[in-house]
Design a protein around this ligand. Sequence first.
Ligand code: GLV
Length: 330
Amino acid sequence: MSADRPIAVVTHPILEPGPTILAEACEVRSLPDQAKHSAEALRKAAEGAQGMVTQLMDPVDEELLSTPGLKVVANVAVGFDNIDVVAATRHGVMVCNTPGILDDTTADFAFALLMAAGRRLGEADRFTRSGAFNGWAIDMLLGHDIAQSTLGLVGFGRIGRGVARRARGFGMRVLYSDEMPATPEAEREMGVTRADLDRLLSESDFVSIHVPLTATTRHLISTAQFALMKPTAVLINTSRGPVVDEAALAEALRTGKIFAAGLDVYEEEPKVNPALLKLENVILAPHIASASVRTRSQMSEMAARNLVTGVRGGRPPNILNPEVFNQPRG
Ligand code: GLV
């Protein structure tokens, strides 16, 4: 292996063709395969590297980003709240994500959770397995209709729009809230109406969250918001856990303030709030909304290409802070 090949650290395994792309261009250093690495372990691993392929559970902080020679951090996720992008820009490090390719897969999964929570599929499965199914009954496991109901989308980016398109097939009325209104043509084409968050929460039968985690979206949905929702409402979260106040959600589910929830993300992953684990009316998935064979492979490929382009001095296709090209390295 030639000594001048750039060094790429891979914090967790990725799928083919990612490893092949990286190995063709770089000397690859893979960290031990474990669920989570400490910030300190990541900083140590970054020493001497020009690129890092990271994942959403890796804390990429300013100290790591100030590692001499580090050029690019390629996150294998569309979300990038695990990376201090402002510090990266200050230190001239490119940060990349994997947008676009996971939209349909994630929208599919949000819809799967919506249907499963509304029609009590988790409970139904447990009920049948437990041997409790002793015959058809008129009032057994009654849920709420998806068809012709109202869906509220909190955040109307690519994934939110994907959910809106699916909802049309179910004859749902769709409201959305977003700082950025969609164009009137897009609203017409998708049959959606913009509403402020309070109106959306009070009118929706299903509320699905599609905002990134930022300082303003942390605990966007908490006690006051649950108080606005219908007792028959279902909350779906496939964005980031801390957007929902989990303790308030558990209380709203326990006391019947809302009917059910479907969650793929948690405030302190991989921990799940014990209060949620005790409840029947919540479907709990282990952060798998983008987990299809094709999408996870495409995400791995995109991250590897971003890294290779960046370490070779090019402009990666999915760079989040292109301004690094206009400033001297800090
Ligand atoms: C997954 O949560 C992602 O951000 O891609």
